[in-house]
Design a binder for this molecule. Structure first.
Ligand code: FES
Ligand code: FES
Length: 166
């Protein structure tokens, strides 16, 4: 069967078997950032965005994305690299297996959805992203520092546009 969708901003049309899983299709199409850690919806490693929302690509049939928009880490490379540098500064990149795409895609999705999440909201949002290397404190610190820098940048922009206090 044929499936047509938008992948990282480009139209794609390809033949697939009816039981093709999205994770495998994306890798076949060259998006090697998408990784498989469990195939049972437990690790979060295969996270991509479908129409802007985080989804586990190991649990999505490729046939169901016909007409939809899929984004992988390759589609948000600049933003991902920026956040990745905060992970590295906190020593939280470690083996790097869980970060791209799972953890990073979900963090970026969180910031699109929640402007200024609390610690509890961050923990809840990322509860499905497992890391085998260690605890999650370094990752949490990286998110908080990234948030600080983003908020400062937003405030500066608002002030430049005349929206801030004198
Ligand atoms: S491979 Fe999809 S959740 Fe683990
Ligand atoms: S950094 Fe190694 S599994 Fe998460």
């Amino acid at each position: 069967m044929e499936v047509q969708f938008t992948l990282n901003g480009k139209k794609v049309s390809t033949e697939i078997a009816a039981d093709t899983v999205l994770l495998n299709l994306l890798r076949d199409l060259g998006c090697k950032s998408v990784k498989c850690g469990c195939e049972t919806t437990n690790c979060g490693l295969c996270t991509v965005w479908i129409d802007g929302k985080s989804r586990l690509s190991c649990s999505v049939l490729a046939a169901s994305i016909d007409g939809h928009e899929v984004t992988t880490l390759e589609g948000v490379e600049k933003e991902a690299a920026e956040f990745g540098s905060f992970l590295a500064q906190e020593g939280a990149e470690q083996c790097g297996f869980c970060s791209p795409p799972g953890f990073i895609m979900n963090v970026l999705a969180m910031f699109r959805e929640l402007k200024n999440p609390s610690i509890e909201e961050i923990k809840e949002y990322l509860a499905g992203n497992l890391c085998r290397c260690t605890g999650y404190m370094g990752q949490l610190r990286a998110i908080q520092k990234y948030m600080e820098v983003r908020n400062t940048a937003v405030n500066i922009t608002v002030k430049k546009m005349g929206g801030g206090e004198e």
